[in-house]
Design a binder for this molecule. Structure first.
Ligand SMILES: C[S@@+](CC[C@H](N)C(=O)[O-])C[C@H]1O[C@@H](n2cnc3c(N)ncnc32)[C@H](O)[C@@H]1O
Length: 323
């Protein structure tokens, strides 16, 4: 079969895949975010086998992409390829006032509310622990302002990646400056919260994925900006993590690392699973060098004075990949 014929087949397959009412409804819903099969079953009020069959067909036709996260399989619209632009065009043509689509949208909002409530319950349970740590260093507002000031020098980003995104706060902070944003974390619970946060902030161009920082599911040289906020102190092998960052960064791409300076608060290791009691400037410089990254700037935020020697200094490092 010639290449042209194969391309024609691809377009035909995508056209056949959209030409059905349930599949149009699925496109309408998935153009508004990422959902798992049971959420889609609830939104469309159809049986799971039926929804799964449509999703499989649409994925095979290049309209959707799927990824597995624990027991969940999540679907979203594909962003590249001819079928993806067909999906966008078709979605734009759908009549918003159609009563079936309006009901789908109402149930979609229910799903979002439920996600947000689940996130709030988790936050409520963890809040006491987090408040104790937070009170030991300068306010998050000041840390975020310092991060923005350091990153701001680069202006807007094409593709932004937040590693160890947790509940997605830093992703939410920088995604508005990027054309496309991705958060990566190993924890399913954290990612569920991050998704609720991105939904609430209306950041449809940002997504999260369950993946390991040591083995990031991205090609070489794709990221313009990467953040690692309060993650390195959890890692066994930060040098290997920074090598993986260097691999995914574009030439001239930037990395912003934020972590605690070395401290002696043993309870953070015992009660909060910190592997390292802070990260020293010398260690970070060494890991950057080993990864082939160049340090551009550092910034230190000392703890509130009333904390005395129980306070935590927050360190920021901005680095770039020069070759
Ligand atoms: C203290 S939280 C920081 C979350 C977020 N960066 C923030 O500051 O709000 C550390 C996060 O790193 C994640 N993490 C730890 N090791 C990881 C690994 N190897 N790959 C991906 N994520 C990891 C944890 O699941 C956790 O969500």
């Amino acid at each position: 079969m010639s290449e042209t014929t194969a391309d024609m087949e691809g377009v035909l397959k995508a056209l056949r895949a959209v030409a059905e009412s349930t599949r149009l409804r699925l496109l309408h819903v998935l153009s508004r975010g990422e959902f798992n099969v049971s959420e889609l079953t609830h939104i469309l009020q159809q049986s799971q086998p039926r929804i799964s069959r449509h999703l499989r067909l649409m994925t095979e036709a290049g309209l959707l992409e799927r990824h597995k996260e624990g027991s969940w399989v999540l679907f979203r619209m594909r962003e590249d390829g001819p079928a993806a632009s067909l999906a966008r065009t078709v979605t734009a043509l759908l009549p918003q006032h159609d009563p079936v689509l309006a009901e789908d949208r109402a149930r979609l909002e229910e799903v979002r509310r439920e996600r947000a409530e689940r996130a709030a319950r988790y936050f409520a349970a963890a809040a006491r622990d987090w408040d104790r740590i937070r009170s030991l260093h300068v306010s998050e507002e000041r840390v975020e302002a310092a991060m923005r000031a350091l990153a701001g020098e680069t202006g807007r980003f094409g593709f932004y990646v937040d590693l160890g995104t947790g509940t997605g706060r830093i992703l939410e902070l920088f995604a508005p400056l990027a054309d496309q944003a991705l958060g990566i974390d190993l924890s399913h619970e954290m990612l569920a919260i991050a998704r609720a946060r991105l939904d609430a902030a209306g950041l449809a161009h940002a997504q999260v994925r369950k993946a390991d920082i040591y083995d990031i599911p991205l090609n070489e040289g794709v990221a313009d900006f990467v953040t690692l906020h309060q993650v390195l102190h959890y890692l066994d092998d930060p040098a290997a993590a920074l090598k993986e960052v260097a691999r995914i960064l574009k030439v001239n791409g930037r990395l912003l690392v934020v972590d605690f300076a070395p401290h002696e608060l043993e309870f953070l290791r015992e009660e909060h699973a910190h592997r390292r009691l802070g990260i020293s400037d010398a260690a970070l410089r060494r890991w950057l060098k080993q990864a082939g990254l160049s340090l551009i700037k550092t910034h230190m935020l000392p703890p509130p004075p009333e904390r005395g020697d129980q306070g935590l200094t927050v360190s920021l490092w901005l680095a770039s990949k020069e070759t």
